[in-house]
Design a protein around this ligand. Structure first.
Ligand SMILES: [Mn+2]
Length: 570
C-alpha cells in the first residue's frame, strides 16, 4: 500500500481540534467499523472526535464497540455572530426574549443611542475543523448530512479514506486504495503507522473487532474475489490482536429476522434467467416489502448469499422498488466483467464486481424493470459479442450456446415451443402464460419483444415491436419507434402498431392486453430472450435490416425520461 499520505494525514489531524468523522448514508459495517475504530484510536491519542451518521443503525450493528457514541445529527455546525460596535457608546445591560418565532436582543446603552449601522453580522467558525470520511466514494453519498450542510463541506478540509475505485477524490487528502478489500483494511495500516509514531498501542481488541467487522462483511466472509492475500493477512493479525470474529459472524451472518426470510423467499421465487446473456436477476416491489413486513435493507445479502450461486451466471442483479426511485444492485462473477463500469454509465458506481445505480421517476415498476433488464442485456451483448447472427447460425444449440445451459433453463425448455430462433436452448412463452391460443401455424411468430424499449413519454407504454422468428435480426426499436403494422417491410409510421407476422405464417393480431406490459413482464422477457437475444442497442429505424451488427457506440437507446442518480454500492 502506498503510505506516502500517512504523514500528511497525520499532520492535518494533529493540528485539528475538533474532528468530525463521517461515512456514507445507511452505513454498513465497513463504514461504521472504520469510523468507530478511528474514534477509539483518536480518543487514545487525546483528540476530540465526533462520529455522525445520518440515521440510526440497524439492530445487527448494536454489538459493535463504541456504537453508542454515534450521533445522528450534526446539530448547528456553525455559529451566527451579531456584533455591536461599542467603541463610542457603552452598554448598561443586554437581555433577550423569544416571541412567536423571533428572538429580540435588547441592548440598553449607558448613554446615547445605538443605531442600525452599529450592528454587523457574520458567520462564526465551523464547529469542526476537520472531516475524516470513511468508505464514501462521492461527497453526495453522505446523504442528508451533506444536503443540509453543503457549505461546511466546502469550508472544512476533508480527509477521504476509501477503497471504492469510483471514488471522486473529493477530499484535500485522498487515501483511496481500490485494491484494499475494505476501508478498515486501509485504516488498519494507518493505525499501525500511528502506533509506531506515537509509540502507543492503538489497536485494542475493540478496535480489532471493528476493523475485522468491516473486512469480514465487505469480503462476504472472505468469499468475494476482493479477498486478497493481504486481506487474509490483516484478518489473521486482527484475530491475533483480539478481534472477536465469532461475534461478528454471529451478528452479521447467522441471525436473520423472520421478515427477512419471507422477503428472500419472494425474491427467490421471482428469479429470472437469461442464459444467452448469462444474467440472473430478480426484483422486489413495494408491495412485496409490505406483505413480508420487511425493510428495504433486508434484501442485503441475498444477492451475494444466494443469487450469485446460479449456475452459468456472470451478471447478477437485484432490482428494488423504493418510494421515490428504483435501485439496482449488481454483481459479477469474474474480474473481467466490470459491472462498476456499467453502473457508472447509468449514473451509479462501485467496484468491478459489485456496484449499483438508481433510476428516478414516477413510472410503473414493471416498466422500469424492463428498461433495466434491457440495459444489462445490452451490456452483456456487447461484452459477449452476441450478434443476431449467433442465433441464426447456432440455433440448434451450437457449442457456444450449449455450454451456457443450466439446470434452470433445461427445466424451462420442457415447456417450450420450438422456434426457429430459440430451438434447443431457450423456451418460447409457456402456454399457460401466453393468454392467446397458439395455433401450430403461429409457431414462427415471436410474440411481444418486451425487452425492447417502450416509447418514453406515454404513461401507457407504446407497444413493443415484434420480431419474426424467421428473421433473427434484432428489432431495431427505440424511443419513438413504431413497429410496422401488418407486414414486415412496411415502413413503421402508423401510430397503432400491430404484431408483425412472418410472410410464411401470418398470425392473428394479438389481443390488446398483450401489447401492454403485463404484470409478469419479467417472465415474458425471459421467455422471449432467446428469440430476441441478438438484439442491438436499439436505434430508431423505419425498416428492419437483416444482419444488423451491433454498434460499438455509446448509448443509442437514449431513454430520455430514465434518469439515474448516484448510489453508493457496498
Ligand atoms: Mn466498504
Amino acid at each position: 500500500m502506498d503510505t506516502s499520505l500517512f504523514q500528511p494525514i497525520t499532520s492535518l489531524i494533529e493540528k485539528s481540534q475538533n474532528i468530525l468523522v463521517l461515512s456514507h448514508a445507511k452505513p454498513d459495517a465497513d463504514a461504521l467499523g472504520a469510523s468507530l475504530s478511528f474514534y477509539l484510536a483518536m480518543k487514545e491519542l487525546g483528540k476530540q472526535v465526533t462520529v455522525v451518521t445520518n440515521e440510526p443503525t440497524k439492530e445487527n450493528m448494536a454489538f459493535l464497540p463504541a456504537i453508542n457514541t454515534l450521533q445522528y445529527t450534526l446539530g448547528g455546525s456553525k455559529d451566527f455572530i451579531i456584533t455591536l460596535d461599542t467603541s463610542k457608546k457603552s452598554i448598561s445591560k443586554i437581555k433577550y426574549n423569544a416571541e412567536e418565532g423571533r428572538v429580540n436582543i435588547i441592548i440598553t446603552p449607558k448613554d446615547g443611542v445605538f443605531m442600525a449601522n452599529d450592528v454587523t453580522f457574520r458567520a462564526g467558525k465551523n464547529q469542526y475543523d476537520l472531516i475524516v470520511a470513511f468508505d464514501t466514494g462521492n461527497i453526495e453519498y453522505f446523504g442528508s448530512l451533506y444536503d443540509k450542510n453543503v457549505q461546511m463541506f466546502f469550508e472544512v478540509p476533508i480527509i477521504n479514506i476509501d477503497h471504492h475505485a469510483s471514488n471522486t477524490d473529493y477530499g484535500q487528502l485522498n487515501l483511496v486504495v481500490p485494491t484494499a478489500a475494505s476501508t478498515t483494511e486501509i485504516l488498519y495500516e494507518y493505525l499501525l503507522f500511528l502506533e509506531k509514531k506515537n509509540n502507543k498501542k492503538l489497536v485494542s481488541p475493540d478496535v480489532a473487532t471493528l476493523l475485522l467487522a468491516g473486512l469480514i462483511t465487505d469480503t462476504g466472509s472472505f468469499q468475494h474475489a476482493n479477498t486478497s492475500p493481504r486481506a487474509l493477512e490483516v484478518a489473521a493479525e486482527l484475530l491475533d490482536l483480539g478481534g472477536r470474529q465469532q461475534e461478528i459472524i454471529k451478528n452479521f451472518f447467522k441471525t436473520k429476522k423472520l421478515s427477512t426470510l419471507k422477503l428472500w423467499g419472494m425474491i427467490l421465487s421471482k428469479v429470472q434467467v437469461d442464459v444467452l446473456h448469462r444474467m440472473v436477476w430478480s426484483s422486489i416491489s413495494l408491495e412485496d416489502f409490505n406483505s413480508s413486513e420487511a425493510e428495504p435493507e433486508e434484501t442485503e445479502g441475498i444477492i451475494d448469499d444466494l443469487l450469485t450461486n446460479a449456475p452459468g451466471a456472470e451478471v447478477i442483479f437485484l432490482i428494488k422498488q423504493n418510494k421515490d426511485y428504483v435501485s439496482v444492485s449488481t454483481r459479477s462473477t469474474a474480474n473481467g466483467i466490470d459491472v462498476g463500469k456499467m453502473c457508472a454509465e447509468n449514473g451509479g458506481g462501485g467496484h468491478p464486481r459489485a456496484a449499483g445505480f438508481k433510476v428516478v421517476g414516477q413510472r410503473p415498476f414493471e416498466e422500469v424493470v424492463a428498461e433495466i433488464v434491457k440495459k444489462v442485456r445490452e451490456f452483456q451483448a456487447k461484452r459477449l459479442n452476441i450478434h443476431p447472427e449467433d442465433l441464426k447460425f447456432e440455433n440448434s444449440g451450437g457449442s457456444k450456446l450449449e455450454n451456457l445451459k443450466t439446470e434452470t433453463q433445461k427445466t424451462e425448455t420442457t415447456n417450450a415451443q420450438p422456434t426457429a430462433a430459440g430451438a434447443g436452448f431457450n423456451p418460447s412463452p409457456k402456454k399457460d402464460e401466453v393468454k392467446t391460443e397458439q395455433k401450430p401455424t403461429e409457431k414462427k411468430v415471436t410474440y411481444l419483444d418486451f425487452a425492447a424499449p417502450k416509447a418514453p413519454v406515454a404513461p401507457a407504454p407504446a407497444p413493443a415491436p415484434v420480431i419474426s422468428a424467421t428473421e433473427t435480426t434484432a428489432k431495431t426499436a427505440g424511443p419513438g419507434y413504431n413497429p410496422a403494422p401488418g407486414k414486415m417491410e412496411e415502413p413503421a409510421v402508423k401510430a397503432e402498431p400491430k404484431p408483425v407476422v412472418t410472410p410464411q405464417a401470418p398470425a392473428p393480431e394479438k389481443p390488446a392486453e398483450m401489447r401492454k406490459p403485463a404484470p409478469n413482464l419479467e417472465q415474458k422477457i425471459t421467455q422471449n430472450v432467446a428469440k430476441v437475444a441478438g438484439q442491438q442497442p436499439a436505434t430508431p429505424k423505419k425498416h428492419r435490416k437483416r444482419h444488423h451488427k451491433p454498434k460499438a457506440d455509446g448509448n443509442p437507446t437514449g431513454t430520455p425520461n430514465m434518469q439515474t442518480k448516484n448510489e453508493q454500492p457496498k
